[in-house]
Design a protein around this ligand. Structure first.
Ligand SMILES: [Zn+2]
Length: 391
């Protein structure tokens, strides 16, 4: 098996490095070291012969007879290898034996506990992993990024957003990227409270989200929806209009709400003015079609068609073309009805089967908007697809 050979080489390299380090230094502990050395190479030999069970026993024997803290990293690497190979029981055994050592420094102990919790996660023992990491985090105010991150991932999976927030607040000091994740956690919790009709608490959480990430589109959309449902239509429109400034790629998500609001207010003229100015900044099909509907209502079919054709020349999309054909069918002018229908059926099919959203991290595509990518678990990595077949 090539991975065994690779591991053997890997261990050999570490061992040689270790040997050189020992001899180069003025270490006098040669007797103890020689014992360790012998067991180590016996184990290596088993490994080369693919007798992994015997190899692991020998390594653990060496581990028990050698209390030198310098070997900890080597055994961590060995445990990691078994865990990656799916032999979690062996990895757990190595890490538990390491943890039983009394000579570990606190930093080493944290490393081993982290590795052990990752074994538990691989084995599906979430509770054990959580308890181990929780203890590490509670005990050490300056817990490492990896420990905090692993624990926050557990809370993510369990949808324990309150707990995830507490951990991510500590992660913030490790980089601005955690601000964006934190904002998403606040939005998740806000949505949970909204589902329980607790708008007051949801609003507070959305404020926190915006505080952690000013560009959090999701917070704007949820806030806009709250304002809309409470009848604060002016505030709602302000919030949805803000999306354009935050990140114009997401503006198509706000347009349907803006249309609803202005229709409720009965002022489609103002909406038209705003959408027209937004078109200069970011032409999206959602905006163009909303404008077309307004012109259709106010001035009739012909001016609507003229506007749409003009826009589609500059910003051609299937969705736009589809809408144009629909409008032309209504007027029944120039193009034969049959031809238009055929073309429209085709474009309808294309629009229906095409994914609408795409993850910029892993390329995952789908028809539903997810704030967390279902494939790579990245936050905010999914956005409406742009170009000919998208927005
Ligand atoms: Zn992804």
């Amino acid at each position: 098996m090539p991975d065994i050979a690779l591991l053997a080489l890997f261990l050999l390299a570490i061992t040689i490095g270790y040997l050189l380090g020992k001899w180069d230094g003025k270490n006098k502990k040669t007797n103890k070291y020689q014992t360790f050395n012998k067991d180590y190479f016996v184990g290596l030999n088993y490994l080369l012969n693919e007798q992994t069970d015997k190899a692991i026993d020998t390594f653990i024997q060496a581990l028990n007879s050698d209390t030198d803290t310098d070997t900890v990293d080597t055994y961590l690497a060995l445990g990691h290898f078994f865990c990656k190979r799916g032999e979690v029981d062996k990895s757990i055994q190595i890490h538990q034996d390491l943890l039983a050592r009394t000579s570990l420094t606190s930093e080493q102990s944290e490393k081993v506990q982290l590795a052990l919790s990752q074994d538990y996660l691989s084995a599906g023992l979430f509770d054990r992993a959580e308890a181990m990491l929780r203890e590490l985090v509670d005990r050490n105010p300056s817990a490492s990024e990896e420990v905090l991150h692993t624990l926050s991932c557990i809370y993510e999976q369990e949808k324990e957003w309150g707990k995830a927030i507490k951990i991510a607040e500590r992660l913030k000091s490790y980089g601005a990227r955690y601000g964006k994740v934190l904002a998403q956690y606040y939005c998740e919790l806000a949505e949970q409270y909204l589902a329980m009709n607790d708008r007051l608490r949801a609003r507070k959480l959305l404020k926190m989200a915006m505080n952690r990430d000013k560009l959090c589109i999701r917070a704007s959309l949820i806030q806009g929806l709250i304002e809309f449902e409470e009848g604060n239509l002016k505030d709602a429109s302000k919030v949805f209009e803000r999306v354009l400034k935050q990140d114009s790629r997401y503006f198509p998500l706000a347009v349907p709400y803006l249309e609803k609001i202005y229709r409720k207010i009965g002022n489609s003229h103002s909406l038209g003015v705003f959408l027209a100015s937004s078109l200069k900044e970011k032409p999206t099909t959602a905006t163009i079609l909303a404008m077309t509907r307004i012109i259709h209502e106010q001035q009739g079919e012909k001016p609507a068609i003229i506007f749409l054709v003009q826009q589609l020349r500059e910003h051609p999309t299937l969705k736009g073309l589809n809408a144009l054909l629909g409008l032309q069918l209504e007027t029944g002018e120039k193009v034969s009805e049959q031809g238009v229908r055929l073309f429209m059926d085709l474009t309808t099919q294309i629009v229906e089967v095409k994914p609408v959203y795409k993850c910029s991290e892993c390329g995952f595509m789908g028809k539903d908007m997810h704030w967390q990518c279902p494939k790579c678990k990245g936050w905010n990595s999914i956005a409406p697809i742009e170009g000919l077949e998208g927005e």
